[in-house]
Design a protein around this ligand. Structure first.
Ligand code: GLN
Length: 270
């Protein structure tokens, strides 16, 4: 009887350890502790606060993560023949995590900029966006220069922040896009500067808001996937996959699907 109890206990310990290992794997760490193009898993870093590109939902395409980028990351994994995992973190930490080897690639609606190119390598572009202004429906803001004496809100570290800095206007920065929209809805600011597709999502999901564009003030931006500088093996694999998906219409299909979908994050909805 004692021996049987011992066996049961051992079994429990084994099962518990296995489940711990499984949890680790779900968090985006490969079981071998090996990341990079040599491992069997590509760990993508993202900031799942950017609908329709990445957000948290009940059942996403990769674990609880859904969106255009997540669907693209999954397809890249399929093309390359590797599993994909997501490591969700603050936008500002993504490039550092890449440099530290904590993630293999970053897919986060990230605009390819010269400044970022100094620290990481980018794939070919897969999406074109621009900064836009979200205002209340009755706002008198019609172009970027109308923001001069208004209360402007941006998300910290996004290219929207850089654009407002370049215009020379004062602003307040928040950590999440959803927080900036709350500020606007609550009348605590006059305008939010953010990427176009994300703005469309927020305006679609919230009453009383509209988008104001100013193509002279805000240039087109291209999103790319970042890898650690010099990781050409992974970069080539990602590039081949993206080029294929651009050519055969997969990126357009995925984008259309998520631009129409209800991407309200469950965390926000609660
Ligand atoms: N495209 C913007 C940037 O690169 C915002 C990206 C994001 O919030 N995920 O800064």
């Amino acid at each position: 009887m004692k021996a049987f109890k011992k066996l049961v206990a051992l079994g429990l310990v084994a099962a518990f350890s296995l489940s711990l290992v499984a949890c680790g794997a779900q968090k985006g760490e490969s079981l071998e502790g090996e990341t990079g193009s040599k491992g069997e898993t590509i760990t993508f870093g993202t900031n799942a606060e950017f609908p329709p590109f990445e957000y948290v939902t009940g059942s996403g395409v990769i674990d609880q993560y859904d969106g255009i980028d997540m669907a693209i990351a999954k397809k890249i994994g399929e093309d390359v023949g590797k599993d994909v995992a997501i490591n969700n973190m603050e936008f500002d930490s993504l490039l550092l995590a890449l440099q530290n080897g904590q993630v293999d690639a970053v897919i986060a609606g990230m605009t390819i900029t010269d400044e970022r190119k100094e620290s990481v390598d980018f794939s070919v572009p897969y999406y074109t966006a621009t900064q836009v202004m979200i205002v209340k429906e009755d706002s008198d803001i019609k172009k970027a220069s109308d923001m001069a004496d208004k209360k402007i809100v941006v998300v910290q570290g996004y290219t929207g922040e850089t654009c407002v800095q370049d215009l020379g206007y004062k602003y307040e920065a928040f950590k999440k896009g959803s927080e900036t929209i709350l500020e606007l809805l609550n009348g605590k600011c006059d305008v939010v500067v953010i990427d176009s597709a994300t703005a469309e999502k927020y305006v679609g999901d919230n009453e009383g808001l509209k988008i104001v564009e100013d193509n002279e003030a805000f240039e087109a931006e291209e999103y790319g996937i970042a890898v650690k500088k010099g990781n050409t093996e992974l970069l080539n694999q990602i590039n081949d996959s993206i080029k294929k998906m651009l050519d055969n219409g997969t990126v357009s299909e995925i984008s259309a699907q998520y631009l129409d979908a209800d991407t309200t994050s469950e965390e926000e909805a609660e």
